[in-house]
Design a protein around this ligand. Structure first.
Ligand SMILES: Nc1ncnc2c1ncn2[C@@H]1O[C@H](COP(=O)(O)OP(=O)(O)O)[C@@H](O)[C@H]1O
Ligand SMILES: O=C(O)[C@@H](O)C(=O)COP(=O)(O)O
Length: 424
């Protein structure tokens, strides 16, 4: 079997968002956790999304893991690799988007790489190289307060230039609007000037379709789910993939249900407030989490007797001021890591207590949870909200399980009840 598209995602929620988009566009897609073993037997699929937890780790490690994933994908005959990043370009001046892009580009010998985080369905658009989140520039959006990578510059040409060793160009919306031939010509012109990557504007899905047609002729692209949409539609429209009906509809799993939230995004804080009306919610004390294992144990002792009555929600999420206070005392990475590991321990305890339907809010948080549960991969089911599908765990030691890995920023106010309704 030859894979039509290989993807390397820098976090697990991002990977399931992309797998969801590819599936909806007609590509049979599987999401794999970590770099797969050489002898992994794949089902009959068109696309593989390799999920890494490489967004917020040291850049050198992100590069080596991404390279290993690329080698695996190319070894399976993949012509085009999409490096999936966040639609809000989550990164710091140290990386990891630039260093990973540079390494993958060097490995495959690509000229100029097309880069766009645009994902109009969730309000992410790019104009003149500037990223908008809904109606506001990135630097004025809630992403300015992200606990791990606060975003203070909306101009992605500048942001990527600070992270990359190559010069960064721009393919503007006027060029995209003129169609694929105009984009090809502009890209060739940039490559001839030695420019190794270009932010490309996109405001509507039709822009992404144009971008996808050109990107699919190359070896590498960098983008969010919108780039995935463009590539998938190009693969279908050029006859390289025969579209399949979307979404697996396996048997109900049943079992107990629980929700975990480690995202501190505005959207997640609102969703937690809304969940308080329909299920018991425990707010963890971040100070006590950093101090030791007792807080995770308290959470499990609180949850166990309640689970038989219905779903519960356990959250570490806090407002920007409270997050800043914890980080000032313990350091950003140490606090984040301790809280992620506590959430992973709680997830493990919940599964031991019989939870088989688990919803996790937050990308890094989801990464820690899925790693702890040692889930090797997922099949994509129905869509709960834009960018968030129901996932069926494949090969997990706990047996049948349904999960939803929600990007902190995604989903409407009633996301938790919306998800529980669809996770049977
Ligand atoms: N109360 C808190 N104080 C400080 N950091 C927190 C708190 N709660 C969660 N975190 C950390 O914030 C980060 C949130 O990132 P993530 O899970 O990726 O969410 P998102 O999807 O919103 O980016 C994680 O590292 C998490 O452990
Ligand atoms: O592209 C996106 O916005 C998401 O797919 C994504 O990457 C989510 O990251 P987190 O917000 O850290 O969950």
């Amino acid at each position: 079997m030859t894979l039509a598209l290989g993807c390397i995602a820098d976090d697990y929620t991002g990977a399931s968002d992309l797998a969801n988009t590819l599936t909806r566009a007609g590509l049979r897609t599987v999401q794999i956790i970590g770099v797969p073993a050489d002898d992994l037997a794949l089902p009959e699929v068109d696309a593989v999304v390799v999920s890494l937890k490489s967004r917020s780790i040291e850049a050198g490690l992100a590069v080596s893991r991404s390279r290993a994933a690329e080698t695996w994908l190319r070894g399976r005959g993949v012509g085009h690799v999409l490096f999936k990043i966040c639609s809000t370009f989550d990164s710091t001046d140290a990386g990891n988007i630039g260093p990973v892009m540079d390494a993958l580009r060097a490995d495959c010998g690509e000229g100029a790489v097309l880069v766009t985080p645009a994902f109009p369905e969730t309000g992410r658009t790019v104009y003149q190289g500037n990223l908008f989140v809904g109606a506001v520039p990135l630097s004025e959006s809630p992403l300015k307060d992200h606990p791990l990578n606060p975003m203070h510059d909306s101009n992605l040409v500048r942001v990527l230039a600070r992270q990359s060793s190559t010069q960064i160009g721009l393919v503007d919306l006027a060029t995209v609007a003129r169609g694929a031939e105009a984009v090809r010509a502009r890209l060739a012109e940039l490559a001839a000037r030695g420019i190794g990557a270009a932010i490309i504007d996109a405001v509507f899905d039709r822009d992404l379709e144009t971008i996808g047609l050109v990107a699919a002729e190359h070896l590498l692209s960098v983008g969010a789910s919108g780039m995935g949409l463009g590539l998938a539609r190009a693969l279908v429209s050029t006859g390289k993939v025969k579209p399949a009906p979307s979404g697996e509809t396996g048997a109900a799993v049943g079992g107990l249900a629980a929700c975990l939230a480690g995202s501190c995004s505005q959207a997640t804080l609102q969703q937690i407030a809304s969940a308080e009306r329909i299920m018991p919610v425990l707010h963890l004390d971040p100070e006590r989490i950093v101090a030791g294992a007792a807080e995770a144990q308290r959470a499990l002792d609180w949850a166990r007797p309640r689970l038989a009555e219905g779903p519960v929600l356990i959250a570490s999420s806090a407002t920007p001021d409270a997050v800043a206070a914890v980080q000032a005392r313990h350091g950003r990475d140490a606090a984040g890591h301790a809280i992620e590991q506590a959430m992973a321990g709680i997830a493990e305890g919940l599964v031991q207590a019989g939870v088989r339907r688990l919803i996790v809010a937050g990308g890094e948080t989801s990464g820690a949870v899925v790693d702890r549960l040692k889930i090797p991969g997922f099949l994509v089911g129905v869509e709960i909200a834009a960018g968030v599908p129901v996932l069926r765990a494949v090969g997990a030691s706990s047996g049948e399980m349904l999960l939803a890995l929600k990007s902190g920023n995604f989903g409407g106010p009633d996301f938790f009840s919306d998800a529980l309704r669809l996770m049977r």
